[in-house]
Design a protein around this ligand. Structure first.
Ligand code: FES
Length: 165
């Protein structure tokens, strides 16, 4: 059969750029962690920021996500280097998938992961530097349409909750 993935995606999956080595994030100016509601995968994005210009000097990341998450975050990390914090905050999963040459519909949520973690890292930078007023919260999104939660899932969750009392 045919792969549903573009050449660019394969490139970035096979040799991802800017992977964070090890677990030491102390030399970074902002750290963002996100979990993906749809698949449970996790992502960490860290940034170094030039305090004068507010430009991102370095953006590294690490994920336990899938190939699409790896490729899209690799592309994202390249895109945002040299951007100001405001510019980087405005980068959308659409911009990233465009750069990748497309992503299968059911993998779009994977590109959202790096994106969200980046914004969390930027917010972390603002918080650390006394600019809480610039922190922007993620907008609440409807999840019920795409998560195919069944009544059984909900019953299970309720039971789980009941058991922990
Ligand atoms: Fe979880 Fe892609 S399936 S990030």
């Amino acid at each position: 059969g045919e792969w549903a993935y573009t050449e660019k995606l394969k490139e970035h999956f096979e040799s991802p750029k800017n992977i964070l080595q090890g677990n030491d994030t102390s030399e970074f100016d902002g750290v963002g962690m996100e979990g993906n509601l749809q698949c449970g995968d996790q992502m960490m994005v860290v940034i170094k920021v030039d305090k004068e210009t507010e430009k991102i000097n370095d953006c590294q990341w690490k994920t336990y996500g899938c190939a699409s998450a790896i490729a899209s975050t690799s592309v994202l990390s390249e895109m945002v280097k040299g951007m100001t914090l405001e510019e980087a905050f405005a980068v959308s999963p659409k911009d990233v998938t465009k750069e990748l040459g497309g992503l299968p519909e059911n993998k779009i949520h994977c590109s959202v992961l790096g994106d969200k973690a980046l914004r969390a890292a930027i917010n972390d930078y603002y918080t650390r530097n006394g600019m809480e007023d610039r922190v922007k919260k993620e907008q609440a999104k409807t999840i019920c349409q795409c998560m195919s939660i069944t009544d059984h899932d909900i019953e299970e969750a309720v039971l789980e909750g009941a058991r922990s009392y």
